[in-house]
Design a protein around this ligand. Structure first.
Ligand SMILES: [Zn+2]
Ligand SMILES: [Zn+2]
Ligand SMILES: [Zn+2]
Length: 340
């Protein structure tokens, strides 16, 4: 994620900010330019404080989803480009679910921002019934909701926004990492599989790296929950869940790729670098990435994460980045990198 600065006073701003803490300017995220604009009210509309002539409205989900994105003033939609992708949301009267909905939308804006930044813009299922996407955010309290992806519809159980619940599930499943943004990055990976892999004629290479996705899903799911992953899973997969089925391996790897790209972007925007290449080399378990196009990115990332983990431990927390990237996983990440 990039850091931003206030057009009026130069103050450092963050992606979620809706006003500048220094000069009080109203802020809004403009999707066409991917900038956080300082705005001046002008009658019914908002205009850029830097003198631009464009005019905007706040997204209609400004309160319900704490959305700070803008809608062009002449756009008939009440909602911004991110919020309008959500087709199912809790009832306004469900206070807990609405708080969780706002958290989920906040994570989703990070996802949509990154997809645009990587040249992977998406449209809604209403605009594009074949390749569009829709998000359904619902709480599983009192009803059956399963997080997943099917035919362009991404469902998120809003209970995942509840920190205590998510930590309980994380421990039950023995996971190193579980976040709402991670869920969304995983599910969007499923959505992109036919577009990026099949659509670019890369299925053969996919099967060499991830396995044959035609193995029956239900049987693999039952095997996974009955027997668990093999003892050496960490040599071949980025997570235990990735061992379940080639599709899950793909989605976990795709999500991890997005984590890395976002983390690297954040580091770059704050001028963070760990220059000593031996730091990364010592933690690659003999992995030589020099023949891969993702090599420099992985080297920079590993060096950064080792430093981040050391910082996290020095304030008494656990590892901020609880993953290792063995050569087989790096090869899969390189495949994703090549597709993009
Ligand atoms: Zn300011
Ligand atoms: Zn919005
Ligand atoms: Zn999945």
């Amino acid at each position: 994620m990039n850091a931003f600065t206030c057009d009026v006073c130069g103050q450092l701003l963050f992606f979620d900010n809706s006003s500048c803490l220094q000069c009080g300017s109203v802020l809004g995220f403009e999707t066409a330019t991917m900038r956080l604009l300082a705005l001046t009210p002008d009658g019914e509309v908002l205009r850029p404080s830097d003198g631009g002539t464009a005019s905007y409205r706040h997204c209609g989900n400004r309160l319900a989803a704490r959305c700070n994105w803008l809608v062009p003033a002449d756009d008939p939609s009440a909602l911004c480009g991110s919020c309008r992708l959500t087709t199912v949301r809790p009832n306004d009267s469900e206070a807990d679910a609405m708080a969780a909905f706002a958290d989920a939308e906040s994570a989703k804006r990070r996802l949509i921002y990154q997809l645009g930044d990587l040249g992977l813009p998406i449209s809604g299922l209403d605009e594009d019934p074949v390749n569009g996407v829709a998000f359904e955010f619902l709480s599983s309290r009192g009803r059956d909701v399963t997080t997943g992806h099917e035919n362009g519809v991404i469902t998120l159980d809003l209970s995942e926004s509840d920190d205590a619940h998510r930590e309980f599930v994380r421990l039950q499943l023995g996971e190193a990492y579980r976040t709402v943004l991670g869920h969304l990055r995983h599910e969007i990976g499923h959505y992109y599989w036919p577009i990026l892999v099949e659509g670019q004629g890369r299925t053969e290479r996919f099967r060499q790296l991830f396995g044959d996705e035609r193995v029956p899903y239900q049987a693999e799911l039952e095997r996974h929950y009955a027997a668990g992953p093999s003892s050496d899973w960490a040599m071949t997969h980025v997570s235990q869940y990735a061992t379940m089925h080639p599709w899950e391996d793909w989605a976990e790897t795709f999500a991890h790729y997005l984590h890395i790209r976002s983390g690297i972007q954040s580091a770059d925007s704050f001028g963070l670098r760990v220059d000593d290449p031996s730091v990364a080399a010592g933690h690659k378990a003999g992995s030589d990435t020099s023949h891969l196009s993702i090599g420099p990115l992985i080297d920079a990332w590993l060096a950064l994460t080792i430093a981040m983990n050391a910082m996290s431990r020095s304030i008494g927390e656990g590892d901020l980045y609880p993953f290792v990237l063995p050569p087989r996983v790096v090869e899969k990440l390189d495949f994703v990198h090549g597709l993009l």
